[in-house]
Design a protein around this ligand. Structure first.
Ligand SMILES: [Fe+2]
Length: 387
């Protein structure tokens, strides 16, 4: 993360005696990245974080590539899905993947998790398309609102609770590398610069601690190397009385992303919101269109020779596409050009603004759809540019 933050009680000096009311020591845990060279936080536990009660059976938690899908411009029509599974993990359906990133959907029937989850394989980025709730983690309580990106650093132990009313729909991204703010928008000490589309005021870290002191049965499901491991403890992993550092989960609302516009069509990098290893995440938000007197607001045809480009359509009418619903994914693969649907270029001329919201994933290596995605494939899409 881009700035230092602290919550709760911590001793004035790190790695020194810090005592509980009964005189025993709090248990310090350093959570560090890139060995000791990356961002880190220091956490203070009531109980010993290594004290495991039992280890259950591990089970596979991975997705299969649909290797017969071939080279196709792809539209996944997922808008009709109400539920993708019973609970948060069971409902996680990754639809596309490569070695750097996986992306999918999650609409669980059960709104409250009765276990904790820790992803030890990668950072997670949740986009709250529909739903409202709270994330309880070792770092405290974080409100989840519609339109939020939630960045969850690897090994964060958390539990989600969503309100029962209304639809619940999450976009889930798992990244092999850390998910970070965009480097070209940061100065040499990490502060977001004046031309960044968002700044520190838009970033919401956990706002208060959530300490679970009661002893009992606590299950943590840990994803590691494509397996789900089951660890039981007789204390809650949310036993942190204080922490400080740069490593913590946070929220950034797509509604706080300030668009960059120009006299002629601006390229997707102006929409970039996050960076990671091998991919970027961009946000398309309501904005004024290009204001050159002869401007064409619709995008041009494009051959991105190194990337596969995925758009997830969140809200509004997407001006360059036909037959796309809220909740659709399009995957435009490197190796083929892609561009606006017939008629949409002419239609865009003279338009002043758009109300669209979309999340884009651009990968630097080829993506493949998973077998879970096959049921959503719109077979007519590759031919949809025919007049
Ligand atoms: Fe493109």
């Amino acid at each position: 993360m881009a700035y230092y933050y602290r919550l709760g009680s911590i001793p004035p000096k790190r790695h020194t005696q810090f005592r509980q009311p009964d005189g025993s020591l709090y248990k310090e845990e350093l959570v560090s990245s890139k060995g000791f060279s990356g961002i880190y936080s220091n956490l203070y536990h009531i109980y010993n974080p290594n004290e495991v009660k039992s280890i259950g059976q591990s089970k596979p938690f991975k997705w299969q590539v649909a290797d017969q899908h071939g080279l196709n411009q792809t539209h996944l029509k997922t808008s009709g899905v109400e539920f993708t599974g019973e609970d948060y993990l069971d409902a996680r359906r990754m639809l596309m993947m490569n070695n750097d990133v996986m992306m999918g959907i999650c609409s669980p029937k059960k709104r409250k998790m009765d276990y904790y989850f820790k992803n030890a394989d990668g950072d997670e980025l949740l986009y709250i398309h529909d739903g409202e709730g709270v994330m309880y983690s070792q770092f405290g309580k974080l409100e989840l609102r519609k339109g939020d990106y939630i960045v969850i650093p690897r090994t964060t132990i958390y539990r989600l609770e969503f309100k029962e009313e209304g639809p619940l729909r999450l976009l889930v991204i798992e990244s092999h590398g850390p998910i970070e703010t965009v480097k070209r928008y940061r100065n040499e000490v990490g502060q977001l610069l004046e031309h960044s589309p968002y700044c520190e005021r838009d970033i919401r870290p956990p706002h208060e601690l959530h300490i679970e002191k009661e002893k009992g049965d606590y299950l943590v499901q840990i994803k590691k190397q494509g397996m789900l491991h089951h660890y039981s403890y007789n204390h809650s992993p949310l036993d942190i009385v204080g922490w400080d550092g740069y490593l913590y989960p946070y929220a950034l609302s797509i509604y706080d992303f300030e668009p960059i516009t120009g006299r002629i069509h601006q390229p997707p990098p102006v929409h970039q919101t996050f960076q990671a290893w091998g991919f970027v995440i961009c946000s398309f938000v309501p904005r004024l269109f290009d204001y050159h007197p002869l401007a064409i607001p619709a995008p041009y045809n494009h051959s991105n020779i190194d990337s596969d480009e995925v758009l997830y359509y969140a809200e509004g009418e997407f001006m360059s596409r036909k037959g796309i619903d809220r909740g659709s994914f399009t995957i435009h693969m490197g190796g083929l050009p892609h561009g606006p649907h017939p008629g949409t270029v002419e239609k865009s001329i003279g338009a002043k603004s758009t109300e669209e919201y979309a999340v884009m994933l651009d990968t630097f290596k080829p993506l493949q759809i998973t077998t879970d995605a096959l049921e959503f494939v719109d077979k007519n899409y590759p031919m949809s540019w025919s007049e």
